[in-house]
Design a protein around this ligand. Sequence first.
Ligand SMILES: *Cc1c(COP(=O)(O)O)cnc(C)c1O
Length: 387
Amino acid sequence: MSIKVEDYYARETFQKMKAFADTQETPFVVIDTAMISQAYDDLRAGFDFAKVYYAVKANPAVEIIDLLKDKGSSFDIASIYELDKVMDRGVSADRISYGNTIKKSRDIRYFYEKGVRLFSTDSEADLRNIAKAAPGSKVYVRILTEGSTTADWPLSRKFGCQTDMAMDLLILARDLGLVPYGISFHVGSQQRDISVWDAAIAKVKVIFERLKEEDGIVLKLINMGGGFPANYITRTNSLETYAEEIIRFLKEDFGDDLPEIILEPGRSLIANAGILVSEVVLVARKSRTAVERWVYTDVGKFSGLIETMDEAIKFPIWTEKKGEMEEVVIAGPTCDSADIMYENYKYGLPLNLAIGDRLYWLSTGAYTTSYSAVEFNGFPPLKSFYL
Ligand SMILES: *Cc1c(COP(=O)(O)O)cnc(C)c1O
């Protein structure tokens, strides 16, 4: 298998990123912000009725926060630190939701004091904390969804609750003086099966109807989370196809009178815009007759590539070297044997690949810099540059 850069980047874009990369020492990520801008516009065009809350955890760089703020985006925030960072860039509290269902009471209070009035929950204990620390706020309840086997980076089980509990929580929210506002779900990140949204939206519909009929609670919001795809080795449908299909599911269940819709993209906005550039540290064989080479590079699981855990995300890897290809194991530079990125899935790299050659990890703008360890084995955090 050999990767064609043209499948991932426009020629001029790649040339510009490569020219910049040539001036820097590895490892680092270079990000083309124009691609983020385009991805945001494409998402807005696909879902023109939806509000976009950027999931800051995907890449919290101020350059990205500023860009999306100026384009009118809102922000999905997971901690007081993300909150401070985003508000320091001039984002107002009415453009923020506290989307983490796992939070301390004092952190809820902090958000409330900063003016945030939109909170996610999936448990009674958290809901009671919200009622105390953020009285009168709007809450939406996150439900469990199917589809973890078709999402390359699932977000199920840990978050969300069953339908019956979601209804109980929304009734309790009303009784505690909160505003029972809506339902959220996340179908799993890099979700390749679009029909998973159909099942999730159908569940939401049942909750909307039953709460209205049985308890007189009229919900206003569906937060459909993220899950939209980036371009990795395993190809996906286009974003237009996602949008068309998901809108069809929404209309089937809710008709033309759609509730307020929120999307919380992370990966799909940012990933494609980044290239992680690394250098080959060593190439080795484990015995005289071993068929597989090991390619050790100066990035690994602890410096930004944690999404290679269980080889979940298969990043396209490109090199300038051409020639006969051979299967390799690709591993990072640290003294930890977990620091192997790909061993079962066979990447091919040219036989003439040598120490000092560069590897270009495409579509690495999201979930890399923010996941990089601060000092494991003394290696510094992954650098990033924004063009
Ligand atoms: C991580 C996360 C997202 C972003 O998901 P992507 O698949 O990267 O788009 C959205 N919402 C919540 C609550 C999240 O935790």
